[in-house]
Ligand binder design. Structure first.
Ligand SMILES: Nc1ncnc2c1ncn2[C@@H]1O[C@H](COP(=O)(O)OP(=O)(O)OP(=O)(O)O)[C@@H](O)[C@H]1O
Ligand SMILES: [Mg+2]
Length: 250
């Protein structure tokens, strides 16, 4: 078994001529919650897309459980067990909650496993049970995030990438959503990679952490160390727009 579930080596990524990630070495230790924090536009989502194979890489490699998957197409990465909750467009708002869960698992051949996963998800997010017939588009922000996470969990992933699970949520829900992720990680032993702008809150539930600025990591180490590191405060004061200050401090 590889030490790192997900690893990138010398990753260079961009959009056409716009280079956004530079020579990035990323490692997500097995069995841990890895948190990537950083202000807007530094390349966090682009890193997630590179791990999923959804973006053009200029150079570099992506590994899953020690195997080079750089050339593996996105849907096969999903089949290998890399679960991904994108930052936007992560549910089908015109379909019912029930149909969203079915869509998430229709590729799975093992129907007993699907039933098990469904039960697990309903226990984790009991509120969704009462909403199965509702259109997903009518759910609150927090409930949508629960559904989006459930859809990833339905596919029984070996690792879960979660891009900004608290985006647009009010402060009370932020705590609820992050606490649920922590609970889920503890209950299932599922390693999670969380991208968050709400740095402090996310680091509180994380084990391993990265701070990203301008397409590179300026810190890598334990989440606790980053929480107490001067670089985290600099992130608040640096190239951060004033209107972002509030959310990032939370
Ligand atoms: N499709 C695209 N075409 C061109 N540039 C893009 C595209 N997507 C992202 N970018 C640019 O790449 C850079 C990194 O974007 P990315 O979405 O990875 O940032 P992020 O750290 O996830 O930011 P946020 O916290 O706001 O979600 C930004 O400058 C962004 O404008
Ligand atoms: Mg992003």
């Amino acid at each position: 078994m590889a030490d790192y579930l997900i690893e990138t080596k010398g990753l260079n990524v961009g959009y056409g001529p716009i280079h956004v990630i530079y020579d990035l070495d990323f490692k997500a230790p097995a069995g841990e919650v890895t948190v990537i924090v950083g202000p807007n536009g530094v390349g966090k989502t682009s890193l997630m897309k590179a791990i999923m194979g959804m973006i053009t890489m200029y150079s570099g490699q992506v590994f899953f459980e020690g195997e080079d998957i750089t050339k593996v197409p996105p849907h096969q990465r999903t089949m290998l067990g890399i679960g991904y909750m994108p930052q936007t467009g992560n549910i089908f708002s015109k379909l019912s909650v029930d149909d969203n869960l079915k869509m998430a698992s229709y590729i799975m051949a093992d129907k007993d496993l699907v039933a098990d996963k469904r039960e697990m998800v309903m226990n984790l997010f009991p509120r969704l049970k009462g909403y199965l017939k509702r259109d997903a588009g009518t759910l609150s922000g927090g409930e949508r995030q629960m559904l989006a996470e459930s859809m990833v969990l339905m596919r029984d992933p070996k690792v879960m990438l979660v891009d900004e699970p608290t985006a647009g949520l009010m402060p009370k829900l932020v705590t609820d959503v992050l606490k649920k992720l922590e609970e889920m990680a503890e209950a299932t032993g599922l390693p999670i990679i969380i991208v968050e702008q709400r740095a402090r809150r996310a680091l509180e539930i994380g084990d391993y952490a990265y701070l990203m600025r301008g397409g590179v990591f300026t810190f890598e180490g334990s989440a606790e160390e980053l929480l107490n590191h001067p670089l985290l405060n600099e992130m608040y004061l640096g190239a951060v727009e004033v209107h972002d200050l509030k959310t990032i401090r939370e």
